[in-house]
Design a protein around this ligand. Structure first.
Ligand code: SF4
Length: 956
């Protein structure tokens, strides 16, 4: 045991008492805290889950016993999918509360505030309980209750007609909070539509693009708990993807002596827990990281073996230094020369972080070597023009230290994520939808979803059947009034179906609002890269499982859910079956039971098949004498693999090597055209899924697609770089990319506990900046964006970097007088349109107590719901990654005479002009060979390969 990770007496005692985790033992599952009867317990013992008695807390000090059946499921309030256990009252059949599931390998029994708050969402008096159809004009706010039968008939016949007429590109499914591990994709491919659209380009495609260029994987999976040095370009101790699972492992590492560094212009909770807070000017992160890379190279702190074996340095030298000797030493020499500009002093000039601090952190990273864990998800990569350079530069540090795929290092996400085997896999669709992947953005990592209203307005196509699923672009996306205009126009959007567990601003502009279950009210399969290891978790409708345990038969989940709340999985099966009533469209065949010939599959069979084909699960289930499905119903999760390091070294089997050829110069092993592995150190191994099968310091892809200036890791000055701001006019960078730890993207306003904790989003401003304008905390400020303005209040705080301002998203939810829902957290607003693209929103009232079956609704004491800033943001599509660059150039003004808190204005004509300006920066397809997109780039819902060529428009 090293001195660093020697435990103190207090720590040893705390471990024994279960107050902190066992710092030395196996922490994969924290079952030590599942105590036996009679002991104090953190979790009820599994053998009592079906018969658990507790005293009713609300009746204290009276000792009233409540008898529960405890059913595991997973949380849906961020992507982490932490384990939950639902306490279902055996007498009333109602869910009373949610706690953590200790059998979940990712969350290990722990949750953030949003997990237990699931009960608020379930019992929200404003929730939608029945399918609704609009009455009157779209967006007017009038609805009538309809039956699921009517919904299915109407929608299925419309989709059938579109498919029969070859209008497959007019059917689309647009997902906000995903999940489902391929479920919806399978459905869409069964229909033969290129209809997947996602929120990813307002979320993570910037980071994904940078990672993908390096190693063909688009997300990192840091092994935090084993790291010696952790560098976060995010606020992972409080928010962000996998934050609860990550946060607990980061703290474990810190308790063992690891150092933590964090880049963030805000003193976030994460920054405050860091050993090194690097308050970088937004957009300068890549410059700082490249300066660190240069120090590691110059000071010889790099991992020679990894660089030599696992980067494509020979290709780099051949392409950029053809006259230099092709030896490893030249590679190092040329890299140092390439980054000569990136001195710590240059990093300081760009970022404001002292040069000495940059040196210190770089050396600490070099010393950590292979135990260097990093993470960038949204944050800087999603805020800036060229934000993808941040993750690329960050991964460069992992490459230099050889910490790619190591214990305590950073692995590709896919190594720690489960891929289910489906009972049926439809072929790739024969359509390419240019509304999702337009030619201007051939490298865009995901669909250009936030430009959809502009594409529709330009006449590039239309949507005949448009599903939005847990997706709220009117509120979440930039430029929401352009969305409102498009959604309100029946010529552009024929039928809009909002599938949602709760009311939202986009659902107000739907034709059907279909109530879908919250996390504990539907099926889903989850697997996320929370650590080095792979797990699956089963999100199950807990009342259905409780009914099954009580001996009742349930055919459809809506039979046990409140009202007629259904679930997506069963809805898609029923809808697909009806689209193709006689099987002539070839759709039905993809929804047949694998167990009952010729019959429609049911939801149990769908998951049963996956679980039967999950490595290790049949054996685990057999040990208990139960089926795989029963095992997952009982535990809610299963650990598929405990550790996952160095998977790139997996040897190719004899069978895989049969019929292959090997390129002598590069060692690339091909089967036909396709590279399947590489020879390294004389061994045939799988390597990484890039053209070179290695980490690509030099990207031929960038060269081939017209971006040769970014062939190697680079720094692009952001659109909000100080050079692009007129400080004299009061222009600042607004950072809108952070959220408060207790908020969900656009589903907090139905959770009373969360709204009570966080309900306003003022403008963070450093005292120096506040003094310049004479602002004090609480003063109104007008922030002018490129397309409008919003009025917010100032919060003067030293926790903000001088010269930058910030405003949390996830607040400023609204409804109009005629709209329902979310009264815990929405302002009531009035919206006016001048008919020429000018939209004005003003707040009529803040949040008020209201009458409902929940007595707490009368106790609401908060009045402020925050300000909707995103709707005033212009779209900023990065011309390469396609990511919306969230940071805004804003001009600060003191409020005008009539300005009221919460007022905002947007000119959608200006918004469209702004979109066209950014469009000019693109370098459209075709690429080499007439391609629309590099073949080796992943694409959601991958169509048939010939569609990758621009000449092959669709299957006409
Ligand atoms: S981290 Fe995410 S999944 Fe886990 S409890 Fe919190 S909101 Fe739920």
């Amino acid at each position: 045991m090293t001195k660093q990770n020697k435990r103190t007496f207090v720590e040893r005692m705390a471990e024994k008492l279960g107050l902190i985790p066992d710092l030395q033992g196996d922490r994969q599952l924290d079952l030590s805290r599942v105590a036996n009867e009679g002991q104090l317990t953190s979790y009820p013992p599994m053998e009592q889950w079906d018969d658990w008695t507790e005293y009713e807390a609300t009746e204290h000090p009276k000792r009233t016993k409540r008898n529960y059946t405890i059913v595991p499921t997973t949380c849906f309030n961020c992507e982490s999918a932490c384990g939950l256990t639902a306490y279902v009252d055996k007498d009333t059949h109602a869910i009373r509360k949610f706690e953590g599931n200790p059998y979940h390998p990712g969350s290990r029994g722990r949750n953030c505030a949003k997990g237990p708050a699931t009960i608020n969402q379930i019992t929200d008096p404003d929730r939608i309980l029945y399918p609704l159809k609009r009455v009157g004009k779209r967006g007017e706010g009038n609805w009538e209750r309809v039956s699921w039968e009517e919904v299915l008939e109407d929608i299925s016949s419309r989709i059938r007609k579109a498919i029969q007429e070859g209008r497959n590109n007019e059917v689309a499914y647009h997902v906000g909070r995903p999940g489902h591990e391929g479920y919806a994709n399978r459905v869409l491919q069964a229909w033969g539509v290129d209809g997947h659209n996602s929120h990813t380009n307002i979320c993570s495609s910037g980071a994904r693009f940078g990672y993908n260029l390096w190693y063909g994987y688009d997300r990192p999976s840091p092994d935090h708990s084993e790291a010696k040095f952790i560098l976060l370009i995010s606020a992972h101790l409080e928010s962000g993807h996998y934050f609860n699972p990550h946060a607990q492992r980061i703290i474990e590492a810190k308790m063992k002596g690891a150092k933590l560094a964090c880049m963030d212009p805000r003193l976030s909770n994460t920054a405050s827990m860091s050993d090194y807070w690097l308050p970088t000017y937004p957009g300068s992160e890549a410059a700082v990281l490249l300066a660190m890379a240069k120090i590691i190279l110059e000071e010889g702190l790099y991992n020679r073996a990894f660089l030599e074996n696992w980067t494509n340095w020979r290709a780099y030298l051949k392409a950029q230094h053809p006259d230099a000797p092709e030896v490893f030493e030249t590679y190092i020499e040329k890299m140092i020369a390439e980054y000569s500009e990136f001195t710590p002093e240059f990093a300081e000039q760009e970022s404001g972080v002292p040069a000495e601090r940059v040196r210190e952190v770089a050396r600490a990273i070099g010393e950590a070597g292979e135990r260097f864990a990093t993470h960038n998800w949204r944050s800087a990569a999603s805020g800036n023009l060229g934000g993808w350079c941040v993750s690329r530069a960050l991964h460069f540090l992992n490459v230099l230290t050889g910490s790619v795929g190591t214990k305590g290092g950073t692995s590709p996400n896919s190594w720690n994520k489960f891929k289910p085997k489906f009972f049926d896999v439809p072929p790739g669709q024969k359509f390419w939808n240019e509304l999702h992947f337009p030619n201007e953005y051939p490298l865009a990592f995901f669909e250009m979803s936030f430009l959809l209203p502009h594409f529709l307005k330009e006449g590039r196509g239309k949507m005949d059947v448009y599903f939005t699923r847990v997706f709220n672009p009117v509120w979440t996306y930039p430029d929401g009034f352009s969305w409102m205009e498009a959604l309100a126009d029946e010529e552009l959007v024929g039928l809009h179906i909002a599938m949602t567990p709760t009311w939202n601003e986009t659902a107000f502009f739907a034709d059907y609002v279909l109530p879908m279950g919250h996390s504990a009210e539907r099926h889903d399969l989850n697997s996320y890269a929370t650590h080095s290891g792979t797990w699956i978790a089963f999100r199950q409708p807990v009342l259905r499982e409780a009914a099954r345990r009580a001996g009742k038969t349930v055919e459809f989940t809506y039979e046990v859910n409140p009202g007629e709340v259904w679930e997506e999985d069963e809805f898609w099966i029923e809808l697909s079956w009806r689209i193709d009533p006689d099987g002539s469209l070839g759709i039905r065949e993809h929804f047949l039971s694998p167990y009952r010939a010729g019959e429609k599959i049911n939801i149990d069979e769908y998951y049963q098949f996956i679980f039967e084909n999950t490595k290790g699960l049949p054996e685990a289930a057999a040990k208990e004498g139960i089926s795989e499905l029963e095992y997952m119903r009982k535990y809610g999760a299963f650990e598929v693999e405990r550790h996952a390091y160095q998977k790139h070294l997996t040897k190719l089997s004899d069978e895989q090597l049969t019929g292959t050829t090997t390129e002598p110069e590069t060692g690339i092993i091909r089967k036909g055209e396709k590279a399947i592995g590489v020879i390294v150190d004389g061994k045939a191994v799988v390597g990484f899924p890039t053209p070179s099968r290695k980490n690509e310091f030099y990207s031929q892809t960038m060269v081939d697609w017209g971006w040769s200036e970014y062939a190697t890791p680079s720094y692009i000055k952001s659109h909000i770089h100080p050079d692009n701001l007129d400080k004299e006019r009061g222009e600042y960078c607004l950072v809108p990319t952070f959220r408060l730890p207790t908020l969900i993207h656009s589903r907090s306003a139905n959770a009373k506990w969360l709204t009570e904790i966080s309900n306003r989003n003022p403008i963070w401003m450093h005292p120096e900046d506040a003094a310049r304008w004479g602002f004090q905390t609480g003063d109104l400020v007008r922030l002018n964006t490129d397309i409008g303005y919003f009025i917010d209040k100032v919060w003067v705080t030293q926790g903000m970097k001088p010269g930058v301002i910030a405003c949390s998203h996830h607040l400023g939810r609204w409804r109009r007088k005629q709209d329902a829902g979310n009264r815990w957290g929405t302002n009531t607003v009035h919206i006016e349109n001048n008919g020429q693209g000018g939209w004005k929103m003003s707040t009529i009232s803040g949040i008020k107590p209201f009458d409902s079956k929940d007595a707490d609704s009368k106790r609401i004491f908060w009045t402020d719901g925050g300000v909707h800033q995103n709707i005033t943001h212009a779209v900023h599509p990065d011309p390469i990654s396609g990511m919306h660059c969230w940071h805004q150039r804003v001009r600060i003004e003191r409020p005008h005479a009539d300005d009221q808190y919460g007022d905002l204005f947007v000119d959608t004509a200006k918004a469209h002009e702004n979109y066209k300006e950014w469009l000019k920066m693109t370098r459209p397809a075709p690429g080499p060979g007439g391609l629309r997109r590099p073949l080796w780039f992943k694409r959601p819902l991958r169509p048939q390969e010939d569609l990758y060529y621009l000449d092959n428009k669709t299957d006409e």
